[in-house]
Design a protein around this ligand. Structure first.
Ligand code: 0GY
Length: 289
C-alpha cells in the first residue's frame, strides 16, 4: 500500500521563533501505523504512516506543549488511531473526531473521556463523498449536549452555499485553513471578504490561520498567504487558532519544513499579545476550559 503523495519532512529545521509556554499546535493528524490502525476502505488517498510517537517528538522539537489532533478522511469514521494517541498524550492533547449518525451515545462518551472535544464536517469534494446536511445537523445537536463544537472544512467557492447551514449549527464552529481562499485573488477580493464578513457577523465562528503550504501559489516562504492570516488575526484576535497540519496529507507540490512553518507565526501575529492569544489563550479556552 504505497502512499500517493510526498512523505513528511524527515528532518525539519529548528524554528527561530520560540512559542510561548503552553503553546498549542491546534491542527495535526496521526495516521496508522496501517498494520495496527488500517486506513478506511472508502478513503480517497493513502497516507504515509505518521504515528503518535513522531507527532509528539515533533511537538517537543518545535517547542509546543499540546496538540489538537484532527481525524482525517483517510481514517474515515474509525477514530481508533486518534483515540489511542489521545490516551497516550493525556492532558497534553485533545481531539476532533469524525462520526456518522449511527454513533452511539456510549461511543461519544468514551471519546469524550479520551479527550475528543469536537466533530469535523468535511465538505471538500476531493476528500469525501457528500453527507446530507440534515445528517450533519442531527450530529451537531447531539454533540452540543457534550459541550463539543464543530470543525468544518470547505473551499472558498462553496462558502456562499454553506452559510445558511453554518447559521443553523448550535455550537462554536471552527473553520479549517481560513476557508481555503484562492490567495492569487488577494485579500480584498469578494471571496475573502465574504469569509471576513462571516466571522464579523457570527461571533461563534472561529478559524485556523493554518496551511500556508497548501494555499500558497508562490511557495516557501509563503509571503502570498501571510496577508490573509494576518488580517484574520488582527480582526478576530480571540477567535483564531494555529496548527502545523503535520504530516501534511496530500501535499504534492512540496513538503514543508515544519520549522519554517513555525517561523511564519511572528509574521501573521505581530505582537506578543496576539501570539499568546493565537497559540495559548484561544486554544486553551476552547479545548482545555
Ligand atoms: C488537512 C487537509 C487535507 C486533508 C484532510 O481529512 C483529510 O483528509 O483534511 C487536504 O487534503 O486538504 O487539513 O489535513
Amino acid at each position: 500500500m504505497d502512499p500517493d503523495y510526498l512523505p513528511f519532512h524527515p528532518n525539519p529545521g529548528k524554528p527561530a521563533f520560540v512559542p510561548p509556554p503552553g503553546a498549542v499546535d491546534a491542527h495535526c493528524h496521526v495516521f496508522g501505523p496501517a498494520d495496527r490502525f488500517p486506513y478506511a476502505p472508502e478513503r480517497k488517498y493513502t497516507p504515509c504512516d505518521a504515528p503518535k510517537e513522531r507527532l509528539f517528538a515533533l511537538r517537543d522539537f518545535l517547542g509546543f506543549e499540546r496538540n489538537v489532533i484532527v481525524q482525517a478522511s483517510c481514517h474515515g469514521r474509525d477514530n481508533a488511531a486518534l483515540v489511542d494517541a489521545l490516551r497516550t498524550a493525556g492532558e497534553r492533547a485533545r481531539g476532533v473526531a469524525v462520526v456518522g449518525p449511527d454513533v452511539t451515545d456510549a461511543a461519544l462518551r468514551d471519546m469524550d473521556a479520551a479527550g475528543v472535544r469536537a466533530v469535523r464536517f468535511n465538505f471538500v469534494k476531493r476528500l469525501v463523498d457528500a453527507t446530507p446536511r440534515e445528517v450533519f445537523l442531527g450530529i451537531a445537536n447531539r454533540i452540543a449536549d457534550l459541550g463539543w463544537h464543530v470543525v468544518v472544512y470547505f473551499e472558498a467557492p462553496d462558502l456562499a452555499d454553506l452559510i445558511p447551514f453554518l447559521r443553523q449549527l448550535p455550537t462554536t464552529i471552527v473553520v479549517d485553513h481560513m476557508g481555503r481562499p484562492d490567495v492569487s485573488k488577494g485579500v480584498d477580493h469578494p471571496e475573502f471578504r465574504r469569509f471576513m464578513d462571516l466571522l464579523a457577523d457570527n461571533d461563534n465562528i472561529w478559524t485556523k490561520v493554518s496551511c500556508p503550504e497548501r494555499l500558497t501559489v508562490a511557495g516557501p516562504d509563503y509571503g502570498d498567504v501571510v496577508p490573509f492570516a494576518r488580517r484574520l488575526v488582527e480582526s478576530f484576535p480571540d477567535r483564531v487558532l494555529w496548527g502545523t497540519d503535520w504530516p501534511h496529507p496530500n501535499m504534492k507540490s512540496h513538503m514543508p519544513d515544519d520549522g519554517m512553518l513555525v517561523d511564519v507565526i511572528p509574521r501573521i501575529a505581530t505582537t506578543e499579545d496576539r501570539r499568546r492569544g493565537l497559540l495559548v489563550g484561544n486554544p486553551t479556552r476552547l479545548y482545555w476550559p
